[in-house]
Ligand binder design. Structure first.
Ligand code: ADP
Ligand code: MG
Length: 218
């Protein structure tokens, strides 16, 4: 297994008291597998992704990703885990405004020590962004920005891609095109994909779907 969650719980303390969001999550992701995570708004989908990304800590339970037990890592270890072993794609494209497309695409790969110009050229061609390399993010459409964001993520060859409603800011046709290129690219990179979506139609394009309801995976 590339990613395993066992009996993972997470609650938030708010002014209204304790909110128990995840109440015992079990989930397994094989290397190269694509899994859709669905659930109502507020059910904890983003929370679960943040835990798997090492952006936040679970209250209890175990998360093992790329052979690392995340609870045993300190802040530095988790930062290192994120750099080496995870790629994140968000609804907001999060490109670096001061860098052109080419530099945005190679940025994380360079940080991760995995800058591979041949792989980056291949990605650029597959994403259809060859003519955009010297543009800046503000000069791109939403669909183009998300293609670049996917290229930036995959350039570093992460074994696990975590995507939180990656087509949520795109119209349906653009979103479908972006999703299909993301699916084929994660497959050809051999990466596993865990993708949050509220669309059953989009979820149907992945290998498998899991549903989060009342803090558990159904
Ligand atoms: P989803 O992505 O499924 O819409 P989230 O994981 O974002 O749900 O949030 C689950 C619940 O936890 C929501 O009720 C949300 O308001 C609450 N929540 C999320 N993050 C925090 C936080 N940092 N502090 C307090 N409550 C939070
Ligand atoms: Mg969310």
């Amino acid at each position: 297994m590339l990613l395993t969650l066992r009996d993972v719980t997470k609650s938030y303390t708010t002014v209204e008291g304790r909110l128990e969001i995840l109440r015992g999550i079990d989930l397994d992701l094989d290397a190269g597998e694509s899994v859709a995570l669905t659930g109502e708004s507020g059910s904890g989908k983003s929370t679960l992704l943040h835990l798997a990304a090492g952006l936040d800590r679970a209250d209890a339970g175990e998360i093992v990703s790329s052979g690392l037990s995340l609870a045993r890592l300190d802040d530095k270890g988790r930062a290192e885990y994120r750099r080496r072993s995870v790629g994140l794609v968000f609804q907001q494209f999060n490109l670096i405004p001061s860098l052109d497309v080419a530099a945005n695409i190679s940025f994380h790969a360079k940080l991760a020590g995995r800058h591979d110009p041949a792989w980056e050229s291949e990605l650029v061609a597959l994403l259809g962004v060859e003519t955009l390399l010297s543009r800046y993010p503000e000069q791109l459409s939403g669909g183009q920005q998300q293609r670049v964001a996917i290229g930036r993520t995959l350039a570093a060859k992460p074994p696990l891609v975590l995507a939180d409603e990656p087509t949520g800011n795109l119209d349906e046709a653009t979103g479908d095109a972006v999703l299909s290129v993301m699916l084929s690219l994660t497959k050809s990179a051999g990466a596993a994909l865990l993708m949050v979506t509220h669309s059953l139609r989009l979820a149907g394009k992945l290998d498998r779907r899991v549903h989060l309801h009342r803090g558990k995976i159904a």
